[in-house]
Design a protein around this ligand. Sequence first.
Ligand code: ZN
Length: 190
Amino acid sequence: MIVVLDEARAQADIAGSVLRCPGCAGRLRRWGFARPRSLRAPGGGRVWLRPRRVRCTSCAVTHVLLPAIAPARHGYAIDVVGQVLGARAQGRSHRTIGAELEMPPDTVRGWIRRVTARAQWLHVQGTTMAHEVDAMLPATVPAGSALADAVSALGAAASAVVRRLGRVASPWQIIAVIARRRLLMPLPSG
Ligand SMILES: [Zn+2]
């Protein structure tokens, strides 16, 4: 699976061979579409995706170009994840957030646990990216919890990307890419 911020841009990048096979760095060719999927969007509506599939011309493995709006294996758009994490960073409980966003509180709690467990790593990704994009950026101030610090650092990095590149995607779509799609990845068991 390859994450892309902007599908039109991805098409051009495939044509220009900028996007390479994650397995062998071979050239990618268009290879039809993956199955359509729907995600819950902020406000409770649904968005439908029909991700493009590509095939490596060297190793013949196919990959799905999943846009950054779609967190892997979750039926919610990334901007809903952002609403949950933003509310948590402000100190709201998983029950309050679940009620506000009409989501199962257990889903909210599960996301909070995963992000809290890798908050330090996420904080480092955000800080590193922010300084790569804008070396003059001041360090973010402590925000009250490990999760809030991570959200704050990732938000600063996304803002720096938008200042540099323009609004290539929504802030949380950019954050999903900065977090290398690991925001909601399951925690190692044990
Ligand atoms: Zn390959």
